[in-house]
Design a protein around this ligand. Structure first.
Ligand SMILES: [Zn+2]
Length: 64
C-alpha cells in the first residue's frame, strides 16, 4: 500500500499524517492531510484519525 499524500489543494506533494472525516448531508467524506494542514482544515472535521503503521519493510523498499 502506498502512503497517502496530503490532499490540501495548491500544495506540493507531501506525505499525509492524518485522515480527516466530515459527515455531510450528502454522505461521509474522508481526506488525508498532514499535521500542519489538518490543524487549520475548514470546515472543522467531525473525526480525525492519526495515520499509523507506515513503516515500510526496508527489504521491500525499492526506488524506481
Ligand atoms: Zn499538507
Amino acid at each position: 500500500m502506498e502512503r497517502p499524500r496530503c490532499e490540501r489543494k495548491g500544495t506540493l506533494p507531501h506525505p499525509a499524517t492524518y485522515a480527516l472525516t466530515w459527515d455531510l448531508l450528502s454522505g461521509r467524506v474522508t481526506k488525508f492531510f498532514c499535521d500542519e494542514h489538518a490543524q487549520n482544515a475548514r470546515p472543522q472535521p467531525d473525526h480525525i484519525s492519526k495515520l499509523i503503521g507506515w513503516n515500510p519493510d526496508p527489504a521491500a523498499v525499492e526506488e524506481d
